[in-house]
Structures are given as structure tokens and as C-alpha cells.
Design a protein. Sequence first.
Length: 170
Amino acid sequence: MKNKWKTDLITGLVTILVFVVYYTQTFSIRQTTLVKLSSTFIPRLCAVAAIGLSLVIVLTALRDRKSASPAKEESPALDESGGAAKTIAAVVSFVLLFLSILLIEHAGFVWGSAFYLLSFFLLCSRHIKRNWLVYAVLTVAVPVLCYVAFAQGFHLRLPAGFLGLLGGIL
């Protein structure tokens, strides 16, 4: 791909900037300590991990810059062939994320997460044969396990389900 290293460099730098701002915002979180970890631990851990991964992207882009040869270019037709489909898929994934956040707020964590997982599985597998059994098992198991881990293990309050069954899982 023509000048891929430039795109990776810009992506890495923008991501670093976004997560540095995210990290600074963790200092405005009201700290609670229900367990030995404070409420700022996970957001700060995620921010530091994202900054580290972004640094890897930047360093890889800088390494690829040295090996990129200007004589070797692909045709623009190959570069733009899937551009519209990728853009539509990206927009749809953001819409799905927004809808799942709304569903989490009103229906509960498990229902919103299940909706997001299933819809994202379907979006990502639109060009391959779908494995419905795996999708069904993951759509049910992952949100329930996450809810149990965070609500029972870390004693965090997650949005309970609208049915109020099984301690808020449903």
C-alpha cells in the first residue's frame, strides 16, 4: 500500500494523544475503594496499555519507512476498491456501539452486551460462512461471565437487567 507507514505513523500519534487525554481525565474520577483497587485503576491501566500499543504502531511505522521503496507503488484502483464498504462497516460498527450503550443503560449490562456481540459477529462475518453455534454460545456466555466477574468479583455496580432475575444478570 502506498505510504502505509505514514498512515500508521499518524494513527499511532493520534491514538497516543487521545489516550494521554483519557489518562489525564482519570484524575477527575471520584475514587472509591470497595476492594483493594481504586475505581481509577482499570481506566488508567487501559490508558497505559493503549499508549504502549500505540508506541508499537509508531515504532513499526518508523521501521517500515526505512524499508519502503518509492518505486514500488500499487495502482489506485486496488486501493479504493473496498474503501466504501470499509467505511460503511466502520460507521455501522459505531452505530452498533452507540445502540448497545443505550441498551445497556435501559435494559441492563447483559442484554446490551449480548446485542453488541451478536450484531458485531454478524457484521464481521458477512463475507464468510457463519458459525451460529459459536455465536450463540459466546453471545450468552461472555456477557454473563463479565457481569459475574465485575459485579460479584470486583463488587462493581453494573446496570442490572430489567427482569431483575438471578441477582441482576437477567
